[in-house]
Write a protein that binds this ligand. Structure first.
Ligand code: SAH
Length: 222
């Protein structure tokens, strides 16, 4: 389970190189975002057999046919979310737990919801092992958000929805921001939606590729 400390340190140079060449060099400069990416040992969130590939410039497979996003995409979405230290954040799609561990360094309180129990449980164990205490893990259909802890200052979805789910907008504070991939397999874009008093302002960001958000207010099926 827990790797010895000296073994963990072995990944420090790879993590620094990732931040320099994949993240800063591509325009992400917010020091808080870079520090959060530096604080999370990505090698602990990938399958054992893929540890040596943890800092490569790509998404990697995790259990249950899901993926951990490419480091740049994690940093890009985190940056687009503009998280402040007092914020309460919801993540939909816990997956490996990597994105939520990054968010935990930036926000006051983070909730994350996953539909697959085995992923949620593994992610919760990894996050706890790092001493992170401000994340709550929930099991369920995140296309409907997590109403029990709403409203949120920020919501991030890490699986692709057919359209912006109305329940997620409804669970944002006024001025709150939702960042999510929208579209079909192979044709997705990241969208940033800001909730204003009487309307939602949407901005299209960059092209991306995520697994599907499966749920009532998303894609149907398994
Ligand atoms: N944020 C993750 C990447 C997750 S991949 C990380 O850092 O590793 C997308 C995840 O969304 C998968 O684990 C998938 O099971 C989950 N998912 C898909 N539809 C969902 C839904 N309706 N509610 C909650 N989780 C969902």
């Amino acid at each position: 389970m827990n790797e010895p400390r000296d073994r963990d340190n072995a990944y420090d140079p790879a993590r620094r190189a990732m931040i320099d060449t994949q993240i800063s060099a591509r325009g992400i400069r917010d020091p808080r975002v870079l520090a959060a990416m530096d604080a999370v040992p990505r090698e602990r969130f990938v399958p054992e057999a893929l540890r040596s590939a943890a800092y490569e410039d790509r998404a990697l497979p995790i259990d249950e046919q899901q993926t951990i996003s490419q480091p740049y995409i994690v940093a890009y979405m985190t940056d687009a979310l503009c998280v402040a230290p007092h914020h309460r954040v919801l993540e939909v799609g816990t997956g490996s737990g990597y994105q939520v561990a990054v968010l935990a360094h930036l926000a006051n309180e983070v909730h994350t919801i996953e539909r697959l129990e085995v992923l949620s449980e593994t992610a919760a164990r990894r996050v706890a092992a790092l001493g992170i205490q401000n994340v709550q893990f929930h099991l369920g259909d995140g296309s409907l958000g997590w109403p029990d802890a709403a409203p949120y200052d920020r919501i991030i979805v890490t699986a692709a929805a057919p359209a912006v789910p109305p329940a997620l907008i409804a669970q944002l504070v006024e001025g709150g921001i939702l960042v999510l991939p929208v579209g079909e397999q192979g044709k997705q874009t990241l969208v940033s939606a800001t909730r204003r008093a009487h309307r939602t302002v949407e901005r299209v960001l960059i092209a991306c590729r995520f697994v599907r958000l499966v749920g009532r207010d998303a894609w149907h099926g398994s």
